[in-house]
Design a protein around this ligand. Structure first.
Ligand code: ZN
Length: 102
């Protein structure tokens, strides 16, 4: 556990925080809410942003046997996905379907 004091007198605690639309590990002050990152956390955020540039895309629905399917961009390999990997589908509303790496 990383313990760093904030300028306000509070203490930074490592937790999952939302930053630029991503859920990432960061250090948040328990008192004022100030957010900061360790160099390692920041390096992971940059890598995630680079990956998102390649993964975020529009895919065409294709027919696979009697089912509908989509192909995934090659960059998705960085998530450790391979043939046979499980992905959970979660319907959020009629326009949004979330894919969660299981
Ligand atoms: Zn603070």
């Amino acid at each position: 556990m990383i313990k760093v004091k904030c300028n306000c007198g509070g203490e930074f605690r490592e937790q999952t925080v939302e930053f630029e639309g991503f859920d990432v590990k960061g250090l948040k002050c328990s008192k004022c809410g100030e957010l900061t990152f360790t160099p390692e956390q920041f390096r992971k955020i940059l890598a995630l942003k680079e990956l998102a540039k390649e993964v975020n895309s529009t895919r065409k629905v294709v027919k696979i046997g009697n089912s509908l399917g989509i192909t995934l961009p090659k960059a998705i390999n960085a998530l450790g996905l391979k043939v046979g990997s499980k992905i959970a589908l979660r319907l959020e509303d009629r326009k949004r379907l979330q894919l969660v790496v299981a």
